[in-house]
Design a protein around this ligand. Structure first.
Ligand code: ADP
Length: 744
């Protein structure tokens, strides 16, 4: 039974302030969720100005009005910086226009300015209506029907600056744009042995600069919240020169728009250029990325996350009572969290004050743990203690195993550079566990991993096979011969099984009594001890882009697509890819596929095409069901379509495992490897062989003992027993399965 909490209620939706990729996904989700709950929905065009002006600025929205928008950047309902709305008179007109349509619930997607305005409006609403009644512009009975304005906010800001949330709408896409530009610049810079200074957005927030510096493998970063120590000019140049001497062919320095020096003065990109040219005598170019950071198609994350946020905001605003305080829905700990709007905005606005007052530690603390951790890791990577292995240092082996996942190389590079800086000798084990068995182990230097950040694939070579009992002796001899003190295993399920086997056999083979850390890398995202594995985000982006193209290809026909994603028995890619791509139906092994369900879907499809639908998209996980294969489902749809539409199947295939790792996967790789090396250091210091599965749970780095691995897994279907993302099933239904009764 569909929740009809929205019956008789009218919701307005608007986007305001700077635009951000993912706003359209949020608008779509708010509108469809509210429609599905029985409410009427209205788009308010050009931000608050549409409300102030009324008339065509406020228009009824149906289900199809927000169709085919997920892939579009910007905001289709327009945005505006409304001067009128800053004035009380403008807000009075806005209230009159809303009440005239019967709207007293608002969802606003904007930055902290827009959300401040929203709360001012909420607080004034009763007085504004009293004034309208007193002046005869509104009758008392209508005013009495709308005693309060109920609100929900979503943060659209590429800067990722809302204190108390991990990600704002648009930040991930902006990071995609920046990191793609850095990758491109790096190849030309390396060809000419040149330095580049790249300026990115972020007046008070260094998120984009810092994360792009880590993900792009840059040499130096300058941020608003963390000015460099005095003498930074010489240190920066010395580090650039040191990197060159160790094998780098290019240098890239990232500067946030609002970066400051130790005296609180702005550091411009031009100033950095002059410093580098002056001290190193090197041809240095400035690139200011500017508005391209806001442009282009939203990333997969900005599509699924904004959809989830919009779903929750719509439900909350329809459930709100007249006395409810305003809430912001933000993404925190890999979940949607409701936070107090006034407090969140106030804490965000304080950061600018903390920066101008020079209280940088407090400003950094507002950014949260992962920002602080990343800043520490970047310092270690850009100003390493050592660029060559310490003679006599502990020896750590790095191995890639299991299936291929984009980001494996980024993880190995981070391991080698952080490991060397920490005094270890880093050894690359080639071709997975068979390579270890055969002794294919070589030392990796700082320069060897130079270009690995942006490289898909696995440069160390990789095998899926799990060692047999007969191979264990040879593996133990190899570990002894190469004097390995610890192992960092980067890979998927078979890598985990191999590590587990070695750990379990340590009583028999003393060489296995070493710390073994497993770092999750699998596009399937089916590994224990982590909510996200390296590579899954890249694969989702491939799926979202593939679906965009598939949909476009059908422009002139009435067509159904059945798209198959990878994932084995784990439905992560199918569900999240379907959510990001706007699939109407998603078939997962976790839920099962039955003839009854297919029959319902066919009936729905028939009615829907008869009513004017032109495109239908189903996403099926490759092992959703042994018998209802992609071909079978496509054939059933075709047969039952009886000429109303045609059907095509599209297996996305191995491109999901390839390609340049996404910024998120590079950051995840760096963070998890950093944590794995911390754990190794602890174990080595304690003379212990504690071994762990490293992971990310609720956005924090975590670890669980390797010995507990099987308890966490559904061994038959090779996926964790708990899968957090299955709760998004209800979100996909709300935004993609149009109920019969809802206005098209
Ligand atoms: P952002 O939302 O991206 O931070 P702005 O700060 O420019 O962008 O705010 C966008 C719009 O929100 C403003 O043009 C104005 O219409 C409204 N707004 C911002 N602050 C207030 C305020 N204090 N009172 C009323 N409206 C405001």
């Amino acid at each position: 039974m569909v929740d009809q909490l929205g019956a008789g209620k009218r919701v307005g939706i608007l986007t305001s302030g700077g635009d951000a990729q993912g706003m359209n996904a949020a608008v779509r989700a708010v509108a469809r969720t509210a429609l599905g709950m029985g409410a009427e929905t209205y788009a308010i065009y050009e931000g608050y100005q549409g409300m102030v002006d009324g008339g065509p600025g406020i228009r009824r929205l149906g289900w199809d009005d927000v169709g085919n928008v997920l892939h579009r950047g910007g905001t289709l309902i327009g945005t505006f910086r409304s001067r009128d709305f800053r004035e009380r008179d403008g807000r009075r007109r806005a209230a009159a226009n809303l009440v005239a349509v019967g709207i007293d619930r608002l969802v606003v997607i904007g930055g902290d300015g827009s959300l401040t305005g929203l709360d001012v409006f909420r607080a004034e609403w009763p007085d504004l209506l009293d004034e309208l009644v007193a002046s005869g512009e509104l009758d008392a009975a209508t005013a009495a029907e709308h005693p309060a304005l109920m609100i929900a906010g979503l943060v659209g800001s590429i800067d990722n600056d809302l204190v108390g949330t991990d990600m704002t709408i648009g930040a991930d896409s902006a990071l995609h744009r920046i990191v793609a530009a850095i990758d491109d610049l790096a190849s030309t810079a390396a060809s000419h042995q040149r330095s580049f200074v790249v300026e990115v957005m972020g007046r008070h927030c260094g998120y984009l600069a810092l994360m792009a510096a880590v993900a792009g493998g840059c040499d130096y970063v300058l941020l608003p919240e963390r000015p460099p120590e005095p003498g930074w000019e010489e240190r920066m140049c010395a580090e650039l020169a040191r990197g060159r001497a160790a094998g780098r062919r290019d240098s890239i320095v990232l500067v946030a728009e609002g970066a400051v020096d130790p005296d609180g003065n702005r550091i411009t990109s031009e100033r950095v250029r002059q410093i580098i040219e002056g001290q190193l005598g090197e041809d240095t170019r400035v690139t200011i990325l500017g508005h391209v950071q806001r442009g282009g198609a939203p990333s997969a994350f900005d599509r699924w996350c904004s959809t989830w946020l919009g779903y929750e905001a719509a439900r909350a605003v329809l459930a709100a009572d007249p006395g409810s305080p305003g809430q912001v829905f933000g993404f925190r700990g890999n979940r949607v969290a409701a936070i107090d709007l006034v407090e969140a905005v106030a804490r965000t606005r304080e950061v600018a004050g903390l920066i101008s007052a020079g209280d940088y530690p407090a400003a950094m603390a507002r950014r949260g743990d992962s920002f602080v951790t990343m800043a520490g890791l970047f310092t270690e990577l850009s100003e390493p203690s050592r660029l060559a292995a310490e003679p006599g240092g502990r020896r750590i082996g790095v191995i890639h195993a299991g299936g291929l996942a984009p980001g494996m190389n980024t993880a190995a590079r981070a391991a080698v550079r952080l490991g060397i800086s920490r005094g270890y000798t880093m050894l690359g084990i080639h071709d997975g566990f068979p390579g270890l068995r055969d002794g294919r182990v070589t030392e990796l230097t700082w320069g060897d991993v130079e270009a690995w950040t942006a490289d898909g694939g696995a440069n160390l070579g990789l095998r899926r096979s799990v060692p047999t009992v007969e191979e264990l002796y040879a593996i133990s001899r190899s570990l002894e011969r190469h004097e390995l003190d610890a192992l960092l295993v980067i890979g998927g399920w078979n890598a985990y099984r191999s590590a587990h086997l070695l750990h379990a056999e340590r009583d028999r083979y003393p060489a296995f009594r070493i710390p073994i850390m497993c770092v999750p890398a699998s596009i399937d995202n089916n590994l224990p001890g982590t909510e996200l594995a390296i590579g899954a985000d890249t694969a989702l982006n491939v799926i979202a882009e593939a679906i965009d193209r598939i949909k476009q290809s059908a422009a002139a026909t009435r067509r159904c697509f059945v798209v198959e994603t990878m994932g084995r028995w784990c439905g992560y890619l199918a569900l999240m890819g379907g959510l990001a791509g706007g699939a109407e139906r998603i078939y997962l092994h976790e839920e099962g596929v039955s003839l009854d369900r297919l029959n319902d879907d066919v009936q729905w499809l028939h009615r829907s095409f008869a009513a004017g639908r032109t495109l239908f998209l189903a996403v099926r996980n490759e092992r959703a069901n042994e018998n209802y294969t992609t071909d079978v489902i496509a054939s059933i749809l075709e047969e039952e379509g009886r000429g109303l539409y045609d059907v095509r199947r599209a297996v996305i295939g191995h491109q999901q495992q390839g390609g340049t790792p996404s910024p998120f996967d590079r950051l995840l790789a760096t963070r998890l490897v950093g944590h794995g090396l911390d754990r190794i250091a602890e174990q080595l210091d304690a003379g212990s062989d504690g071994s762990y599965l490293v992971g990310l749970t609720e956005s924090r780095v975590t670890d669980v003992p390797l010995a507990a691995m099987m308890d966490l897994m559904d061994a038959e279907f090779r996926r964790p027993k708990q899968q957090w993302w299955l709760r998004l099933r209800e979100v996909t239904r709300a935004v993609a399965e149009q109920p019969e009764a809802v206005l098209s």
